[in-house]
Design a binder for this molecule. Structure first.
Ligand code: UGA
Length: 330
């Protein structure tokens, strides 16, 4: 089990202004917290490509500067090393975005405060973990979930649930324009090699000729979504008029044993499996019902696991082989 701090975005749309010869649209400025991380950096690529001015805040707990290094020379891009647990006064830039629980609660509160002060649209990237170990399958958005409030995963599950609560409170009471995405397991290039998630673990292990570690009996399921599909969903949500929450995930469901088999077929037919004790409160199954996003956002994922995995494998191969070369050079 691993916990990401996940990214939040704030978009500020300066009013259009009348200029001689017509109306000029001012450029959109978007703040992405966690923008040097796996999903955040892919989102930043899309925002930069459409011409936004992008500010990234990241504390580099799990993000890496090299994920956004290709934007550093671009005057439209700015990278700030900062932990959102501490308030940040960014009005002067934006007028123009510890502990896992603390990041989700205080970090979200700080960013909601900023969105309110500058009248910006706020997107919270929540998680399928708000459903906990679900008693409904597949999971639909109205389901309230089945979460242990005092377990080892609670800081993440409850942190995100509180983040959603704060977001809705700011929408109802403070008039902040908000959007809520519930992201299901996502994979792709630029994931941390060793952050403990199952896809990155299996792919890294296969390249390093280590056994793939299956926790428990491997019959638990997850639904894996390729990162570019997620980014398209986030963009549709941010651009659309519906608050959500929306499940963003690929309904293709796999047991961990099946996932290991796909990694084997993709990377190394001789890869082996090692069974290990599972962590407490591990959800036994997880699969999104995405009917709501299909209808209201006109979105659905396009890339299935067997097509997405080779793209991720290429990036992992390059990075792992470079690591091995660097070690040999020492
Ligand atoms: O998408 C989500 O909603 C959440 O998915 C993950 O949480 P989890 O589903 O537990 O994902 P993994 O840590 O990748 O574990 C998935 C399954 O694979 C198993 N696993 C993990 C790693 C491993 O080496 N072997 C293995 O069998 C775990 O026990 C679990 O059953 C992420 O850690 C969360 O940040 C994210 O919010």
């Amino acid at each position: 089990m691993s916990f990401s701090h996940r990214e939040r975005t704030i978009t500020h749309r300066p009013p259009t202004v009348q200029v001689p010869g017509g109306i000029m649209h001012r450029r959109i400025r978007t703040l992405v917290t966690g923008g040097a991380g796996f999903v955040g950096s892919h989102l930043v690529d899309v925002l930069m490509a459409r011409g936004d001015e992008v500010i990234v805040i990241d504390n580099y707990f799990t993000g890496r500067k090299e994920n956004v290094a290709h934007h550093l020379d671009n005057p439209m891009f700015e990278l700030i090393r900062h932990d959102v647990v501490q308030p940040i006064l960014l009005e002067q830039f934006v007028l123009l975005d510890s502990c896992c629980y603390k990041t989700n609660v205080i970090g979200t509160l700080n960013m909601l405060g900023l969105a309110k002060r500058i009248n910006a649209r706020f997107l919270i990237t929540s998680t399928s973990e708000v459903y906990g170990d679900p008693l409904e399958h597949p999971q639909k958005e109205p389901y309230w979930g089945h979460v242990n409030p005092i377990g080892v995963r609670s800081c993440y599950d409850e942190g995100k649930r509180t983040a959603e609560t704060l977001t809705m409170d700011y929408s109802r009471n403070e008039g902040v324009e908000v959007r809520i995405a519930r992201i299901f397991n996502t994979y792709g290039p630029r994931m941390c090699l060793d952050d403990g998630r199952v896809v990155s673990n299996f792919v890294s292990q296969a390249f390093r000729k280590q056994p793939m570690t299956i926790y428990g009996d491997g019959k638990q399921t997850r639904s894996f979504q390729y990162v570019s599909d997620l980014v398209e969903g986030l963009m549709a949500l941010m651009e659309g008029e519906h608050i959500g929450p929306f499940n963003l995930g690929n309904p293709g469901e796999f047991t961990m044993l099946e996932l290991a088999q796909v990694v084997k077929e993709t990377i190394d037919p001789n890869a082996t499996i090692e069974f290990k004790k599972n962590t407490a409160d591990d959800p036994q199954k997880r699969k999104p019902d995405i009917s709501k996003a299909k209808v209201l956002l006109n979105w659905e994922p396009k890339i299935q696991l067997r097509d997405g995995l080779p793209r991720m494998a290429l990036d992992f191969k390059n990075r792992i082989f470079k690591e091995i070369e660097d070690d040999l050079d020492k």
